[in-house]
Design a protein around this ligand. Sequence first.
Ligand code: ADP
Ligand code: TRP
Length: 342
Amino acid sequence: MTMTKPVILTGLRANNDLHLGNYLGALLPIVDLARAKAGEYQINAFVPDLHSFTTPIDHNTLQEQIKQNLKLFIAAGLPIDNDNVFIYRQSYIPAHSELTWILDCFTGFGELSRMTQFKDKSQAIIDDRVSVGLFNYPVLMAADILLYDAEYIPVGDDQTQHLEFTRDIAERMNSKFGDLFVVPKPVAEQHQFFNKDQGLRIRNLQDPTKKMSKSDDSSKGVIFLTDTPEEARNKIMGATTDGLSEVQYDYAVRPGVSNLLDILSLLGGDKQAFIGQTQYGPLKSAVSDKVAEFLAEFQSKMAAINERDIWHKLEESEFLLRNVTLQKLYKVQQAVGLRSQK
Ligand code: ADP
Ligand code: TRP
């Protein structure tokens, strides 16, 4: 089987509860596109389960987390009844790991050492070893993308460097071995495609100079998708702003307020209505209402999901993609001399 539509692909790592930043940065763009244009594109939404223990996790909960992430795609509105939409688990498609090894051998040690996420995440590990898996993580991510010739990859701003690496390794392999891979679109073009002027980076509510992240020390600045609407409301009302007393959208001077404006508008609210106001209270209330409403609706969708439907789609996608990726892997194996050219 050959697949001919341009591929849009994203992965949601299953290593902890997901938060509003994950939802707005990675989940919403692909779901919006899938709903609007699934006929024109192939949509691959997957759980990169092999990525999930690049940093230490509780392995007893991994199965549950994987299931949870798959449900998140559905609750966010991914139309799994569409034949152009695929959902799958990375470890069920062995070509991901095999391609990673091959790409590893064309990747520079220095190149991976420069990845800021590796530096940040490795520094955050205090009482455990920093694994080679964490170091190698961008190569597995590149394999995830190149195996399917994906062109558009909606991810948050923190993954930009990994996307650039993916483009580099694709170009390197193509120039050495001929046209093996479709090179993903340049990052600026991707932003345009997803209607953004830059990569999205929802900030921590307590410290808006930092991104909202599931590994943050305190959960006060992070809205988890499992928070009750009341918990979320309290977190937003307690969000750090500034002493400037004027609502303006400007991350350089007013990161806290700008973050609230972004959250409001991404959830469908009208941020323009608040620009120029001299009090922050009304903006915080409006954001609280929007987020509370969003969470209540999202959680009721999660609860209503029929797991049997997901399982059926999952197995069907994995079966199909196993074959498609084997063809791609074979082409690469031939190029590097592991299989005869015929
Ligand atoms: P975390 O930093 O919370 O561990 P991950 O690294 O697992 O999150 O990211 C999962 C996806 O969500 C990635 O596409 C990532 O770019 C996106 N993402 C994570 N945090 C944010 C954020 N604060 N704003 C926008 N997108 C984000
Ligand atoms: N690295 C991504 C993250 O930490 C998850 C991921 C793995 C991914 N493989 C991918 C995202 C391929 C997009 C495409 O969030």
